[in-house]
Design a protein around this ligand. Structure first.
Ligand code: DGT
Ligand code: CA
Ligand code: CA
Ligand code: ZN
Length: 573
């Protein structure tokens, strides 16, 4: 049992004890222990087997936790956890996961209203039965209703980045199965969608049952949902599904095309085919008149047979891929083209690494320039910088620069907050000294469409703002985008020759693919940035690149594919 598993057991234990209103110190002890184990850089199992070492000597891990860890490592489970699980109703657990609700309130709601499902909870809110409860009120009731909506829309979809981790693990596991001759991921994962409902794997094999057995032996499998002749579906963890389909070699391309989707894209493909007297399904492309097969082994021939170039999966949403009459889509953006990263934080505010550490990490990732863009003063939770501290940081950058001469350009930047009342959070004379100015909204996100739009327009028109960061403020599965007139904002960005960010953080991916395509049509340059708060945070660039491809962007549409001096002369005058 690895450290990750052990700490998640303690986390769950803490959750369940919290539901029962147990001693808060005990609960905190489990949470601290979970964190200590998660942060440990060696295996707890190894440590326990070494008689000269003592797990209890690690800060955050007391004697009780040592005993429970031993049981866990030896038996793989914890009787106490099993018992608690059976005592806390599922609906209480699901309620506690609603954003803005939490464990304590979930328990009260369950007790007072005898809820059985989340639907019951919605009805109770709609009938105003929640706001009259002690400790709740109208505001909380509305928060619950909003949270229910978000939770339902999210309905267990996971971030692409998380789906990718799982797909890589499954890929490695399946690699050892000798019966497999061909294997490819399909579905929304292959299309690079922001979130993934389930994973879809296609396999060609010499021995089907051997493949199915091997798949079912994936260590993270929690159960098998179904197993037929050509399909197995397993569950991984609590609720995530992975489908494996076995197909014939000669039909592989057609199956891959079909199961990659999207459904809307496929409907369009079939309509185009029909106009040519052809029928497309998961087994191939056939002439309608006599059922002869004209394509099927590869995706390229499937698309060719209906007169189309091969369409990259990222574009298959029935949005622009059929309209843009491309002869080929080969030039969509690639990670290697990205030369710089223009949004990152350091220990001066809420980042974990110093300027030097970030600079070294950027060089290790092959970049030639970065901008240090810490928060401005209004973002007090992150200890945002006032003009004095910002100028101090810039003096520091001046000192460091010679060390990086010829290796990395370090730009003096700022992520300046756009204030609730409008206007920028730092004086113009200060912003004027920056090499690179980001503007973004962190407060007043629930203001009216007019207010938010006005604030954004003010920022775009400020001569010292270069780029609007995370322009819609959304957090996938957690927070809706702000109400903003994006057309008006893009008009202003275009008129003022400014840039717009594609924030590559897998929880943001802001702008979305539709906005990116709109920006491209207007000739607005996109800057893909990591918004890194640590060295590892710089690795998210590839999620941004995938999102850019979904918007149909090529290297020419993305400003930070240019070297800094070229970008500066093209866009920063
Ligand atoms: P997801 O899993 O919700 O993130 O989205 P997808 O696109 O991966 O959807 P999924 O897993 O239900 O199916 C994978 C692909 O298979 C889908 O994009 C299109 C194709 N497909 C599945 N079922 C149907 C169907 O009933 N009709 C059609 N036309 N295509 C289907
Ligand atoms: Ca899927
Ligand atoms: Ca599926
Ligand atoms: Zn930031």
């Amino acid at each position: 049992m690895d450290n990750g598993k052990i700490s998640s057991v303690f986390d769950e234990l803490a959750d369940l004890l919290e539901f029962r209103g147990e001693n808060p110190f005990r609960i905190r002890a489990y949470r601290n222990g979970a964190k200590a184990i998660r942060d440990l850089n060696e295996s707890v199992a190894n440590l326990l087997s070494d008689s000269k070492r003592d797990l209890a000597s690690i800060p955050g891990i007391g004697k009780t936790l040592v005993d429970k860890t031993k049981v866990l490592v030896e038996t793989g489970s914890l009787p106490q956890l099993e018992k608690l699980r059976s005592e806390v109703p599922d609906v209480v657990l699901s309620m506690a996961r609603i954003p803005g609700l939490g464990a304590k309130k979930a328990v009260v709601l369950h007790k007072e209203l005898k809820l059985k499902t989340l639907d019951d909870l919605r009805r109770a809110c709609e009938q105003d039965a929640v706001k009259v409860l002690k400790g709740f009120g109208a505001k909380t009731q509305q928060v619950i209703l909003d949270g229910l909506e978000i939770a339902e829309a999210a309905a267990e979809r996971i971030y692409w980045a998380k789906g990718d981790q799982l797909a890589v693990a499954i890929g490695q596991h399946m690699h050892d199965c000798e019966a497999i001759t061909k294997m490819e991921w399909a579905g929304s994962y292959r299309r690079g969608r922001e979130t993934i409902g389930d994973l879809d794997l296609l396999v060609v094999a010499t021995d089907r049952s051997q493949v199915m057995d091997h798949f079912e032996a994936f260590p993270q499998r929690s159960m098998t949902i179904l197993r037929g002749d050509t399909k197995v579906s397993i569950r991984v963890g609590k609720a995530f599904q992975v489908d494996l389909r076995l197909v014939e070699e000669s039909e592989f391309g057609a199956a891959l095309q079909y199961f990659t989707g999207s459904q809307a894209h496929n409907v369009h493909v079939r309509r185009l085919a029909k106009q040519l007297g052809l029928k497309v399904n998961e087994y191939g492309v056939f002439r309608i008149e006599n059922e002869t097969r004209v394509a099927g082994a590869t995706e390229v021939e499937v698309y060719q047979s209906i007169g189309l170039p091969w369409i990259p999966p990222e574009l298959r949403e029935d949005r622009q891929e059929f309209q843009d009459n491309e002869s080929s889509w080969d030039d969509l953006l690639q990670l290697e083209q990205v030369r710089g990263d223009l949004h990152m934080h350091t220990t001066a505010t809420d980042g974990e690494a110093t300027i030097r550490e970030m600079a070294d990490a950027a060089i290790a990732r092959g970049l030639s320039y970065i901008a240090i863009t810490d928060h401005s003063q209004r973002v007090s939770m992150a200890m945002g910088l006032d003009a004095d501290r910002l100028r101090e940081q810039w003096r520091c950058i001046d000192e460091i620069r010679p060390e990086y001469e010829g290796r990395l350009i370090i730009l003096k930047g700022i992520e300046c907050d756009i204030l609730e009342k409008g206007g920028m959070d730092l004086p113009d004379d200060c912003l004027a000294e920056a090499d690179w100015g980001l503007a973004s909204i962190h407060y007043g996100q629930k203001q009216s469409r007019e207010q938010i739009t006005d604030r954004m327009l003010g920022a775009v028109e400020n001569p010292h703002v270069d780029c609007i960061a995370h322009p819609t403020g959304r957090l996938l599965n957690r927070r809706h985008p702000y109400e903003v007139d994006m057309e008006a904002v893009m008009d202003a960005v275009q008129a003022n020759r400014k840039l717009m960010e594609l924030n590559a953080n897998p929880a943001r991916l802001d702008l979305n693919d539709v906005h990116l395509a709109a920006a491209k049509r207007r000739g607005i340059p996109i800057v893909i940035s990591t918004d890194a708060h640590s060295i590892d945070g710089m690795d998210v660039m590839r999620y941004g690149v995938l999102q850019a491809r979904r918007g149909g962007l090529t290297g020419a549409d993305v400003a930070n594919t240019m070297e800094w001096l070229n970008m500066q002369s093209a866009w920063m005058q």
